[in-house]
Design a protein around this ligand. Structure first.
Ligand code: MEV
Length: 438
């Protein structure tokens, strides 16, 4: 067990690394070398990354890949994806190509309202509280003027503020439930600043209120924070084509494929164990683009999974049907994204990702991200219902196995050639490597 350390955040980067290397590793020199190897030799760039968080000791790389040929609403995109899982980018590219020959993806932003809440405790008369809130409502707007001025210029701002009575769930618990439009920014700082001002206004106005009694004036603010659950910030992504145009697999007819595909979606709609994995596949696409564009993937994950359970059962995010010989596959998901502010102005690769996408608005980015999720889901279901997932997965994983065994260039070529005709498995690759190394 290592000893606790005090004042760690005040140590210099060198001192932090020394302490970590000496207290956690059998070979401190090797640990230091690895941490240094991942530093950037450009001191300014390294400083930028150091300062994103506290206690930075190195950089943690993820590959940045691209999936080209995404036709979305008639426009062609190359989508940047930051992800470690071997098969994801290949699957996205394959699905993009498949649908680009069948009219491409259609995506629409249905709405883009964000939510924040001031949670407070009030032990008095409910009607009087509502009356008091109605009376001071204009003050919530006027006292956040300096915060909302710029957002209003961009067409956003506070949409509404309402009192919500939550006392049936928790004694004396109420909320100010506020809705916002934050245009191209994700809006977390804007929303939280507004909420903290609402809380201040609420507390101060209560003190001087003539509606509330002396005891009722003692409102206890518990916290003020945005919600990452955004069921009114929804984007829809869809693909459709004639069933007869789906053909591209010689082992299975269109009809059989469509039937199995729809069954697979229905299973995810009714069976939570499957729904979680099904949605995980969607998140493979979503998270990778969210990360590459410098957005908050934890917020996106939390919000989407809550949405998947909105009817009381965790269920599939995507749906599929055939009507009049037309196959349609679609998904509606909540996505709170930004294309300005946060990392988008800071991280050089994020800026590049944005430029690669044609510097999209937040609405356009919502469409792109949703499409990446739907494409990933399509690719996964297509493999699962036809060849099985392992064939493609293991092919992509082959490189990881070769790296693990430090295969030389010649060995790589031989192994890749051999496994064009043989099933890839960890043990089969190891056995073949051993054979050629004899
Ligand atoms: C693997 O990362 C994702 C899948 O499991 C998704 C699915 O099962 O639908 C292949």
């Amino acid at each position: 067990m290592t000893k606790a350390v005090s004042g760690f955040s005040k140590l210099s980067k060198e001192e932090k690394i020394n302490w970590i290397a000496n207290s956690h590793f059998l070979n401190p020199e090797e640990a230091t070398t690895i941490l240094r190897k991942y530093w950037n030799s450009d001191a300014d760039l390294q400083k930028l990354h150091d300062e994103f968080i506290e206690n930075t000791i190195s950089n943690f790389y993820l590959p940045l890949g691209v999936a080209p040929n995404f036709l979305i609403n008639g426009k062609n995109y190359t989508i940047p994806m930051a992800i470690e899982e071997s098969s994801v980018v290949a699957a996205a590219s394959k699905a993009a190509k498949f649908w680009s020959n069948r009219g491409g993806f259609k995506a629409t932003v249905i709405n883009s309202e964000k939510i924040g809440q001031v949670h407070f405790i009030y032990a008095g008369n409910k009607e009087k509280l509502q009356q008091f809130i109605n009376e001071i409502k204009p003050k919530f707007f006027s006292e956040t003027d300096s915060i909302t001025k710029n957002m209003q210029k961009r067409g956003g701002g506070i949409l509404d503020i309402e009192l919500r009575d939550k006392t049936a769930a928790l004694e004396n618990y109420y909320q100010l439930h506020a809705t916002f439009e934050t245009k191209d920014s994700m809006g977390a700082n804007f929303i939280n600043s507004c909420l903290e001002q609402f809380a201040k206004t609420l507390k101060e106005e209560a003190q001087k209120s003539t509606i509330l009694s002396e005891e009722e004036r003692d409102i206890q603010i518990v916290m003020s924070i945005l919600s990452n659950y955004v069921p009114n910030c929804i984007v829809r992504a869809e693909v459709s084509c004639l069933v007869s145009d789906l053909k591209e697999d010689k082992h299975i007819s269109q009809e059989e494929f469509v039937e199995k595909f729809i069954r697979a979606v229905q299973i995810a709609e009714v069976e939570p164990f499957r729904a979680v994995t099904h949605n995980k596949g969607i998140m493979n696409g979503i998270d990778a683009v969210v990360l590459a564009t410098g957005n908050d993937f934890r917020a996106v994950e939390a919000g989407i999974h809550a949405y998947a359970a909105r009817n009381g059962n965790y269920s599939s995010l995507s749906h599929a049907k055939v009507e009049n010989g037309v196959f349609t596959f679609w998904m509606e998901i909540p996505l709170a994204l930004g294309t300005v502010g946060g990392l988008t102005n800071l991280h050089p690769l994020v800026k590049m990702s944005m430029e690669m996408l044609g510097n999209p608005s937040a609405h356009e980015l919502m469409q792109i991200v949703a499409v990446a999720g739907l494409a990933q889901n399509f690719a996964a279901l297509r493999s699962l219902t036809t060849t099985g997932i392992q064939q493609g997965h293991m092919k992509m994983h082959l490189m990881n196995i070769l790296n693990q065994f430090n295969a030389s260039e010649t060995e790589r070529k031989l192994v890749v050639k051999h496994f064009e005709k043989h099933t890839v498995s960890h043990s089969a690759v190891v056995a073949y490597l051993e054979e050629i190394r004899k």
